[in-house]
Design a protein around this ligand. Structure first.
Ligand code: PGA
Length: 257
């Protein structure tokens, strides 16, 4: 059975005090919850250290929102994989549409980051997703195929065990307009078919594919009950401990998942 993962992407939100407050409130909210999904919290870089301390001894995992593909050097403002590892970071988000859109990250850069993260023993949450004009223009599958194939080319089946894909249609991010469960399912099934073609059926069948884009407590269960939807990457609704906990608690995955 595939691993289920629900991740909080805080983006550029929360200082160290807000991070500590969130984590203690969230841990209280989650007491007694038996959702079998892995929970990942991705604060900004500046709050990773305090988050790591606060998460010690819990089952919740720490994630970062980005990394640079070089090991070190003259890259002002950048953060390396090794720096993240030293902060007990387990996951790193790569290729979020906001990075592609506002920070000019190309498929080539995304591919380099994915490779660097994996050889550095970080697990990757690779984001893919089409814009509204691409969806309206009927090229959703073409875009997804390109965004999946570029970074996955050259990876091994073993690498794939440490990689998660997050399908995040750009038109659904932060807009309050989530994809319908059917739209999400179609895109996820398509992504899985691309991975099956690149690797094999087993790799595709064990790949966790999260949905992201306006996931909220009131739509999470429906989205997550789709057969190919294995979790969620949550932005806005992950900023409040109670709403993120509601999303995690509403997950319909069976205990044996
Ligand atoms: P949202 O963001 O939940 O606020 O739409 C999701 C994301 O960008 O990962």
């Amino acid at each position: 059975m595939r691993k289920k993962i629900i991740a909080a992407n805080w983006k550029m939100n929360k200082d160290i005090n807000e991070t500590s407050e969130f984590i203690s409130a969230f841990q209280k909210e989650m007491q007694g919850s038996d959702c079998p999904a892995e929970v990942v919290i991705c604060p900004p870089f500046t709050a990773l250290h305090v988050a790591a301390k606060n998460l010690q001894g819990s089952d919740f995992k720490l994630g970062a929102q980005n990394l640079h593909f070089e090991d070190n050097g003259a890259f002002t403002g950048e953060i390396s994989a090794r720096m993240l590892k030293s902060l007990e970071v387990v996951y790193v988000i790569v290729g979020h549409s906001e990075r592609r859109q506002f920070f000019a990250e190309t498929d080539e850069i995304v591919a380099k980051k994915v490779k660097k993260a994996l050889i550095s023993d970080l697990k990757v949450i690779l984001c893919v997703g089409e814009s509204l004009s691409e969806r309206d223009g009927g090229v959703t599958e073409k875009v997804l195929e390109r965004q999946v194939k570029a970074p996955l080319g050259g990876l091994t089946a073993q690498d794939m065990a440490n990689l998660v894909i997050a399908y995040e249609p750009i038109w659904a991010i932060g807009t309050g307009r989530n994809a319908t469960p059917q739209q999400a399912e179609e895109a996820h099934a398509f992504i899985r078919s691309v991975v099956a073609e690149m690797f094999d059926r087993d790799v595709a069948a064990s790949l966790t594919i999260q949905y992201g884009g306006s996931v909220k407590p009131d739509n999470a269960a429906q989205l997550l009950s789709q057969p190919d939807v294995d979790g969620a990457l949550v932005g806005g609704a992950s900023l409040k401990a109670d709403s993120f906990a509601k999303i995690v608690r509403s997950c319909p995955f069976g205990k044996t998942a």
